[in-house]
Design a protein around this ligand. Structure first.
Ligand SMILES: Nc1ncnc2c1ncn2[C@@H]1O[C@H](COP(=O)(O)OP(=O)(O)O)[C@@H](O)[C@H]1O
Ligand SMILES: Nc1ccn([C@@H]2O[C@H](COP(=O)(O)OP(=O)(O)O)[C@@H](O)[C@H]2O)c(=O)n1
Length: 210
């Protein structure tokens, strides 16, 4: 069983994807980390994000990025990830890793921007997780300050809006709700309620396909 979870920055898709993976005993892949790793490799090795060829070359450097590197979760790298992810060649170079992960026996949960539309169009269940930009900025602000990062709500809100626009407006695999995805607005939901709702939506899809 493959579960696809997509949505904009800080909507709670990662939290929900991890909880679904735990609930169904499936492995989970945060595909945003792939793009963040390319961005960090480009940043560390001094490449130019405005050049598709240099961004593509940075894909070769991602094995050298430590998945626990704190910098990966920064807003600077999130913003850079959103720039390199708009290049079709970069997306293509990361395709096989995602397909390989999704195809493993028993299935998987993947979260990102294009899982239900491009990576796993035949997923058993698809969720499109969203929340208002203000709530997402509040959550990201709390997350960053909780980790001791000096972050400012207004800057985060501006970054989130810019990233939404870039991710949804690009030609290659834009951020869009798949036709057969269930919308889950977490703006007024606690994490517990959002996870309960996500499980209920997946269960309804599984029932319908039996
Ligand atoms: N429903 C919710 N209510 C409050 N905080 C939430 C909720 N869902 C997620 N969070 C918090 O918001 C932050 C971003 O969530 P995350 O799942 O990482 O988002 P995404 O993967 O969409 O970027 C995390 O600190 C997480 O704990
Ligand atoms: N499947 C994916 C996942 C992420 N991305 C890009 O990578 C950036 C960072 O993704 P992320 O999921 O780590 O970001 P957050 O939502 O956690 O802030 C996004 O803004 C997208 O531009 C993508 O294009 N496709």
């Amino acid at each position: 069983m493959i579960i696809a979870v997509d949505g904009p920055a800080a909507s709670g898709k990662g939290t929900i994807a991890k909880a679904l993976a735990n609930h169904y005993g499936l492995p989970h892949m945060d595909t945003g980390m792939l793009y963040r790793s390319v961005a960090l490799a480009l940043w560390r090795f001094g490449g130019n994000a405005g050049n598709e060829f240099e961004a593509l070359r940075a894909v070769e450097g991602i094995e050298q990025i430590d998945p626990g590197d704190e910098e990966l979760r920064s807003e600077t790298i999130g913003k850079l990830a959103s720039k390199v992810s708009a290049y079709p060649s970069v997306r293509e170079a990361l395709l096989e890793r995602q397909h390989g992960f999704a195809r493993q026996e028993g299935g998987a949960v993947l979260d990102g921007r294009d899982i239900g539309t491009v990576i796993c169009p035949d997923a058993s269940a698809k969720l499109f997780v969203t929340a208002t930009p203000e709530i997402r900025a509040q959550r990201r602000h709390k997350e960053l300050t909780g980790r001791g990062v000096d972050a400012h709500y207004d800057d985060i809100l501006i970054d989130i809006r810019a990233r939404d626009e870039r991710d949804a407006g690009r030609d290659a695999a834009p951020l869009v709700q798949a036709k057969d995805a269930d919308l889950l607005d977490t703006s007024d939901l606690t994490i517990e309620r959002a996870v309960q709702r996500a499980i209920a939506l997946v269960e309804a899809r599984l029932q319908a396909s039996r």
